[in-house]
Design a protein around this ligand. Structure first.
Ligand code: GLU
Length: 310
């Protein structure tokens, strides 16, 4: 049988297969900022993003989000890399560092500038005061871009998205936030811009991360829309809390992951995510079992995780 005949005979079957492949096309990522060592909350994000991707035969990438140089905490970058190793996560590509990609973000800023979608802003923090919605003071001033903050013009539109765990979300950037900063006056590229550009360039299709980033998502969808990038699929995980009821964070001095306790910590992360019990022992085997048993629908509903897992 010739190839042509084969294709003709199996055309509907092949069409179905192609659809299935595109349905399961999945590239996820774990994108920590080295503003402190990874803590138990970061591990939950790493485990969930890894297992969700691998359970769907997808890829999983790691990206270090280190554009905010003044906030980099000494030693945290190497702690992240040691964690990836110790917990036996296997990224499907070389780990990338955003500080090596500043030219890319600048090029995208220029593209937005050419489309008249951004403008320079000279407002200082003092001038903005406690006002959380930027009034657009500099929008029509036509200021020179050099050594000024750069803001993107937002539009008065409702941005809807369906979060896999948190349900339908809606935000209107003009009413909730105003034009937001993509590059700070000190030259630092803002997280919102870098994350959107890299998710696109790395071919990310699915974002699994903490619910503390839920209200950043509309900004990222909007930017992606301006740049003509495809929409991503989002799942925002409930956040682990400390004994005082605060979310575990670098600011609250959450305990750094202890690499000598990798198996116990992994076990605790799977428990926090309400996954079936893990019976295997070494991190690599535990992760494999976790992938096989992965059931995202078991993850606790809500934006916080209550109870002590450690
Ligand atoms: N770098 C961000 C953080 O560590 C996460 C970015 C993301 O997952 O979109 O909080």
């Amino acid at each position: 049988m010739t190839v042509e005949n084969y294709l003709a005979e199996h055309s509907s079957e092949l069409e179905q297969q192609r659809n299935d492949v595109s349905l399961t096309r999945y590239t996820g990522r774990f994108a920590p900022s080295p503003t402190g060592p990874l803590h138990f909350g970061s591990l939950i994000t790493a485990v969930a993003s890894y297992c969700d991707a691998k359970a769907q035969h997808g890829k999983w990438l790691v990206r270090i989000e280190d554009t905010d140089i003044p906030r980099i905490y000494p030693g945290s970058e190497s702690h992240i890399l040691r964690c990836i190793d110790a917990f036996q996560f296997k990224p499907d590509a070389e780990i990338i560092f955003q500080k090596d990609r500043l030219e890319l973000y600048e090029a995208v800023l220029q593209q937005l500038q050419q489309q008249d979608l951004v403008y320079a802003c000279q407002c200082t923090r003092k001038m903005l005061g406690s006002n959380h919605i930027y009034a657009g003071t500099c929008r029509n001033l036509g200021l020179d871009f050099a050594e000024q903050a750069i803001r993107v013009k937002v539009s008065d539109q409702d941005i809807y998205f369906q979060d896999r765990l948190q349900g339908q979300q809606c935000s209107n950037l003009a009413q909730d936030l105003g034009d937001f900063v993509l590059k700070r006056r000190d030259g630092i590229i803002n997280y919102q811009l870098a994350v959107v550009v890299d998710d696109y360039l790395q071919g990310i299709t699915h974002v699994v991360r903490g619910a503390d980033l839920l209200d950043n998502t509309a900004r990222q969808i909007y930017l992606g829309q301006l740049l003509g990038y495809p929409r991503l699929n989002y799942m925002h995980l409930p956040l682990a809390m400390n004994a005082q009821g605060q979310k575990l964070s670098k600011q609250n001095l959450a305990q750094a992951l202890d690499l000598t306790q990798a198996s116990q910590l992994l076990q605790a992360a799977f428990t926090a995510l309400n996954q079936p019990p893990i019976t295997l022992d070494t991190p690599a085997r535990m992760l494999l079992q976790g992938i096989q048993q992965w059931d995202a629908s078991r993850i606790p509903v809500g934006t916080t995780l209550h109870g002590c897992y450690l």
